[in-house]
Unconditional design. Structure first.
Length: 301
């Protein structure tokens, strides 16, 4: 099976866990089921894979539900809920809990089968060139952000845009961006963001968890033998178990390296967190969000 990767295998956690998943599938099937990973852009654009999978142009893809946000606003909540659960609990809610029927229904609308595979987090809130103004955090700033975080920062008066890789790093270095909300510390360190921004706010209440999943063409899934389907599910569970420790350990080490590089690392101020919560509260009544949030466990502070 061809497997598109939304995150390259060299990207810590996001892509490295895909590599782990591929290996787990091969080992658990004794080589009878093989996934051939393809780097972002090799077949389809990085986050433009859903239609290609649904149409059978590629068999499957490794990514995250938020790529559907433009067509199904609630998809961002399956990736992670602001002020919500951490990675282990969020994954359990989707994989084994009340979130699974809604998750399955979301992907069924687009002709694919989704398999929740792992979760990482929390993200950092922002890499910044200058300190935030606590009285109006993010107002007037040009921010790199993605998904629901971008929508919340826009609500606070930021102007958000999406960038990845070198475009992101160069944008921060040259002042095209005043700040950036990106990912987990170990991935941000690999991107070199500590070299171009002197301030890092961590953790982010907006993205306490990020779900990584596999989507498979529906017809291809139905043609698989039952044991092959079980293999894919079990490989995801094994990947999730590995991710729990790797997420904790690699991010802790990355935070130490970021601080050692001279970056000012601190939690967002209470005033900033309060502003973010108000902005999120204004979005909770979005019609597409309501059915998901109704069955989501109580949010944590």
């Amino acid at each position: 099976m061809n497997l598109h990767l939304a995150f390259g295998q060299r990207t810590p956690l996001y892509g490295a866990l895909a590599e782990r998943f591929v290996a787990e599938v091969g080992e658990r099937s004794a080589g009878r089921l093989r996934l051939r990973p393809h780097e972002p852009g090799a077949i389809v654009p990085r986050f433009g894979y859903l239609d290609a999978v649904a149409q059978g142009a590629i068999d499957a893809a490794w990514g995250t539900p938020a790529v559907l946000a433009g067509r199904a606003p609630e998809a961002v909540l399956f990736t992670g809920v602001p002020f919500g659960l951490g990675p282990v609990e969020h994954l359990a809610w989707i994989r084994d809990g009340a979130g699974r029927p809604l998750y399955n229904a979301l992907y069924a609308r687009f002709g694919v089968i989704g398999v929740p595979c792992a979760a990482v987090g929390p993200d950092g809130l922002a890499w910044l060139r200058q300190p935030l103004d606590d009285t109006a955090p993010f107002r007037g700033l040009r921010m790199r952000a993605f998904g629901l975080a971008a929508r919340i920062l826009d609500g606070l008066g930021a102007t958000t845009a999406f960038a990845f890789g070198a475009d992101l790093t160069i944008g921060l270095a040259t002042g095209a961006f005043d700040g950036a909300e990106v990912g987990v510390p170990v991935a941000d360190f690999a991107y070199g963001l500590h070299e171009v921004a002197p301030i890092y706010l961590y953790p982010s209440p907006l993205q306490p968890a990020t779900l990584l999943d596999v989507v498979i063409n529906r017809d291809r899934w139905q043609r698989l033998e039952p044991e092959a389907r079980v293999t894919l599910e079990e490989a995801c569970r094994a990947t999730a178990a590995f991710a729990e420790g790797a997420n904790r350990e690699t991010n802790a080490a990355a935070l130490d390296r970021i601080a050692a590089a001279g970056v000012s690392v601190s939690a967002p101020s209470p005033a900033t967190v309060a502003a973010l919560r108000r902005a999120w509260d204004e979005l909770r009544s979005v019609p597409e969000f309501v059915p998901v949030l109704r069955v989501y466990p109580a949010a944590s502070d």
